[in-house]
Structures are given as C-alpha cells and as structure tokens.
Design a protein around this ligand. Structure first.
Ligand code: NAD
Length: 259
C-alpha cells in the first residue's frame, strides 16, 4: 500500500513525468512536481493532482543546478516528512551530427539527463536509509541500450543512467531501497510531437505516415507507448512484488530493442 508515501518526480510539468505524477496520486502518493513551463498551467496541474486527495507541491529547481536540486529534496523532506520515491525523469533532446553538436547542448544534456539523477539520489538516500525504505526509478530510454545517429549526448547520458542505476542498487541493497531504470520506446509527448510536422514537410509525407513509417518503424507493435503504461510500470517497481527487483531495467518499447 503506497498511500501516504511521498514522491519527487523531476520534469513532471509535462509528458511522462506528469503522467507518472497523476498515476501515483491516484494511488494516494503525495507528489512534488518539478519542471519548467507556464506558471498558470503548472498551478492547474498541481490543483488537479490535489483534487485526487493527496498533497501536491511544486518546486522549480533547474536540473542543471546541483544546489537547487539539493534544496528541492530538502523542501520535500520538510513538507512531507519523508522521501519515499524519487523518479528521475527530466530530460531534453538535441539532434545533430557530432561535428556540429554544440558543446553547450552537450553539457546541458549530460547535466539534465544524467547528472541530475546523481544529485537527487545523493540528497535523498540518507533520508531513505533512515526511513528503512526507498524506491528510485530512473527514466532512461531505449537509447540507454542502443544508439541512433545524431543523438550522441542523449545516448551517452542514457547509457550512463543505466550504469548509475546498477551502482546505486548495490550500494543500498541491504537498506530496503531499490534502484531501477525504465527504458521507454517512443511516447507521444511534446518532446516527440515537436519533431513530427518538420519531418513531414522535409520528407513530403503526411504526419500520420511520419508516425507510422518513420518514428514507429523500429517499434514492432506500431503503437506509441503511453504515459499511463509508464505510470503503471513505475507503480509496479514501488510495489511489494518488486522488492527483489533492483539494479536492472524494464524496457517498455514495443519490442524495439528485441528486434
Ligand atoms: P517532455 O518534454 O514532455 O517533458 C520533459 C520535462 O522535463 C518537462 O517537465 C520539462 O519542463 C522538464 N525539464 C526540462 N529541462 C529541465 C531542467 N533543466 N530542469 C528541470 N526540469 C526540466 O518530455 P518527455 O517525453 O515526457 O520526457 C521525459 C523523460 O522521458 C526524458 O528523460 C526523456 O529522455 C525520456 N524518454 C522520452 C521518450 C519519448 O518518446 N517521449 C522516450 C524515451 C525516454
């Protein structure tokens, strides 16, 4: 029973993070939202989550700033009195050949998609150890397991997340804390939606054809993964059935990395 537990979900003002926040709240888990966006929209999302009968607070920590990340974890501790679940989800994408890849973009992808997990975990683990229970879930990607061209920083960061996941799992294995990754295939979030009209124009095909023949060409089910499925997978990793699942990943990718 996860009712009354507290979860920090980074990058939860949109897409997968927001879907996980809503799925967690439906199980009675108190939520700390984080991420960028329009403050009116964020407040609406926060209230919609509170309407499910849980406490929901928002922290605007920038995942490139270690001090802000530490302060975010401490704020959650102060408000909720515990930190039971951390979902490291914030992430961005940038697509360019390596010789044209901007060093600034490289640094921010490594910081947001990879190093931010180190900073949240570093700050949260002392609390989890004291509580004698904790669940860490890192949202990696199919690109944590395999590569695509022109995504050097993203693929590097996501592979790094899987190495970090295994290491932390070993360090806290006897503390009733598990650390796992989820590797989604394509999910139709703003991160992916932004690419569709441009790709359609560039290739002279319809947006439907872009989805089916370009984006989903590697996803054998020919279906997008949904945020609800990822919320369900995250809840499973927090459940008592998953106590001995640690230091590994679950692929939710429509068979992409099998083929
Ligand atoms: P999204 O763009 O919808 O959401 C990204 C979230 O991260 C937003 O809330 C945004 O505000 C936040 N964010 C960005 N930069 C931040 C920063 N510096 N500090 C704090 N928050 C920041 O994207 P999404 O598709 O929901 O992606 C979420 C995660 O899932 C990412 O790690 C992404 O790599 C991963 N993922 C996505 C897909 C997909 O197909 N959409 C597939 C595999 C993995």
């Amino acid at each position: 029973d996860l009712k009354g537990k507290a979860a920090i979900i980074t990058g939860s003002t949109s897409g997968i993070g927001l879907g996980i926040a809503q799925g967690f709240a439906a199980q009675g888990i108190n939520i700390m939202l984080n991420g960028f966006g329009d403050s009116v929209e964020i407040e609406k999302e926060r209230q919609a989550i509170e309407n499910q009968g849980v406490k929901c607070i928002y922290n605007d920590a920038d995942m490139t700033q270690p001090d802000e990340i530490t302060a975010m974890v401490e704020e959650a501790m102060k408000v909720f009195g515990s930190i039971d679940i951390v979902v490291n989800n914030a992430g961005i994408q940038h697509v360019a050949p390596v010789e044209e890849f901007s060093p600034e973009k490289w640094d921010s992808i490594i910081a947001i998609n990879m190093s931010s997990s180190f900073h949240t975990v570093r700050a949260a683990i002392p609390h989890m150890k004291r509580q004698g229970w904790g669940r860490i879930i890192n949202i990696a990607s199919a690109h944590g397991l395999i590569a695509s061209p022109f995504k050097s920083a993203y693929v590097t960061a996501k592979h790094g997340v899987l190495g970090f996941t295994k290491t932390i799992a070993l360090e806290v294995a006897e503390d009733n804390i598990t650390c796992n990754a989820i590797c989604p295939g394509y999910v139709l979030t703003p991160l992916v939606e932004k690419q569709i009209p441009d790709t359609a124009k560039a290739r002279g095909i319809s947006e439907e054809e872009v989805k089916r023949d370009v984006i989903l060409s590697a996803q054998w089910t020919k279906k997008f993964v949904t945020v609800e499925e990822l919320a369900g997978t995250s809840l499973f990793l927090c459940s008592e059935h998953a106590e001995n699942i640690t230091g590994t990943h679950i692929s939710v990718d429509g068979g992409w990395t099998a083929g």
